[in-house]
Write a protein that binds this ligand. Structure first.
Ligand code: P6P
Length: 339
């Protein structure tokens, strides 16, 4: 008998539940936290998709909610994620790129054991030119004891301590990609039924990438070693095959493409940004966890991103992430080891 159409449809909720069943010790709290994040992603997606219409709708006179969508979409995303997380009893504390300090659940709301660090809408400057944008999240267990609200110390954990990480890509389609340390799985949003459906089970990233992603406008500000590395990616050193250049200026979009087809994304330190531009806790570390779960590697140019012990909530880090061979070449070239 032919399987019915529905036997091939796996929603993210069903997938998370099946994954939970593989771990008898699981309490279901992490599953529920992932559901909360998926719900927030659906709400943000609906507003991201409307953003382009705001100008047209605004022609009849600025309507506050459209203005809210267009002018402050990243703040809307921030409030949506916090609202979804802070009242459900799964988290002890959260931290966002948009807020200077960590935020604990409001008084008289239950406190959970998880910590969520997130960039609510990365690349939001690309909204006005209809480029892809994304949300990124990292999940840790609290490390401070006691039943009280979580603290900054709960947020300052190395990427190796993450229990889950993921991103939402608002691109030609909207995808949610996540890992809990058991592989990387991608879900594509079907707006006709309001569900994220499993579309990319067990993602593996090629060991050698077809492309490299870097803002070459910064070339004059890079170290000589980074300049040498990019010349190698471009094929100007005959010992290294040329790669195709692909750079959208939107981290999640560039990362996602390289994850699927192979490639290396670089945001090196430069004279303007000696620690690079990207944030360690809620951009570099979650993407590093995802990439390494898919067989890739992530470095700050000298060693694993996942080993860095943070000292500040919004600290930056250089980032080289993607196909393991390419990232290892970046480390070797920067150290002057590669031939
Ligand atoms: P640059 C977007 O502002 C962002 O944070 C990332 O999404 C992106 O990878 C990076 O900055 C682009 O920075 O300096 O190349 O414009």
């Amino acid at each position: 008998m032919r399987p019915s159409r529905f036997t091939r449809i796996v929603t993210i909720e069903r997938f998370i539940m099946d994954q939970e069943h593989l771990h008898p010790e699981a309490t279901g709290e992490l599953s529920n936290l992932l559901y909360d994040i998926a719900l927030a992603a659906k709400v943000i997606n609906s507003h991201v998709r409307m953003a382009g219409l705001a100008d047209i709708l605004g022609a009849a006179g600025p309507v506050n909610v459209q203005g809210e969508i267009v002018q402050k979409l990243d703040q809307f995303a921030n409030e949506t994620i916090k609202d979804s997380l802070l009242h459900a009893g799964r988290v002890a504390v959260v931290a966002s790129e948009e807020d200077p300090e960590p935020i604990a659940p409001p008084a008289d709301y239950p406190i959970g054991k998880y910590v969520v660090l997130f960039d609510p809408l990365d690349g939001s400057s690309n909204i006005d030119v209809n480029m892809s944008i994304g949300s990124i999240f990292a999940i840790h267990r609290r490390v401070t004891d006691g039943r009280g609200p979580g603290l900054l110390r709960d947020c300052l954990q190395p990427g190796s301590a993450q229990v889950a990480a993921g991103y939402v890509l608002y691109g030609s389609s909207t995808m949610l990609v996540y890992t809990t340390g058991h592989g990387v799985h991608g879900f594509t949003y079907d707006s006709t039924i309001g569900e994220f459906l499993l579309s990319h089970p067990d993602v593996r990233t090629p060991a050698v990438g077809a492309c490299y992603s870097v803002n070459e406008g910064n070339f004059p500000h890079w170290s000589p070693e980074v300049q040498t590395l990019v010349r190698r990616f471009k094929g100007l050193d005959e010992r290294y095959p040329a790669k195709t250049a692909r750079y959208t200026g939107s981290l999640v979009a560039d990362f996602h493409r390289n994850l699927l087809v192979g490639g290396v994304f670089c945001y090196p330190p430069d004279a303007k940004s000696p620690q690079g531009k990207l944030r360690l806790l809620y951009e570099c570390a979650p993407l590093a966890f995802i990439c390494e779960q898919a067989g890739g590697y992530a470095s700050d140019g000298t060693g694993p991103i996942l080993d860095i012990v943070p000292t500040a909530l919004h600290q930056r880090s250089p980032l080289f992430v993607g196909s393991v061979t390419d990232v290892k070449l970046a480390e070797a070239t920067i150290a002057g080891r590669a031939p």
